[in-house]
Design a protein around this ligand. Structure first.
Ligand SMILES: [Zn+2]
Length: 77
């Protein structure tokens, strides 16, 4: 079983802070066709960043992950 330790560096979509994270990838050959996606919480502003990367360590996109579980619901009166 191959596993790969990747170091990803990106800018937080919430506050713009530089985030360094290390990620363990299992069986990278299954992932490098389309890239892999991971969600990383910013330690500073708690924003959830969705990072699209390939197993060579290249980051392809960083977007703000949508937090479906915390959608504010308007109260019905
Ligand atoms: Zn942040």
């Amino acid at each position: 079983m191959l596993s790969l330790l990747l170091c990803l560096k990106f800018m937080c979509t919430g506050c713009g802070s530089a985030i360094d994270t290390a990620l363990q990838c299992e069986s990278p050959e299954t992932q490098d066709q389309q890239g892999a996606t991971t969600k990383i919480h910013c330690p500073f502003c708690k924003a959830k960043n969705q990072v699209v990367f390939t197993t060579d360590g290249a980051i392809h996109a960083v977007t703000r992950a949508r937090t479906y579980e915390r959608i504010p619901e308007p109260s019905v009166n």
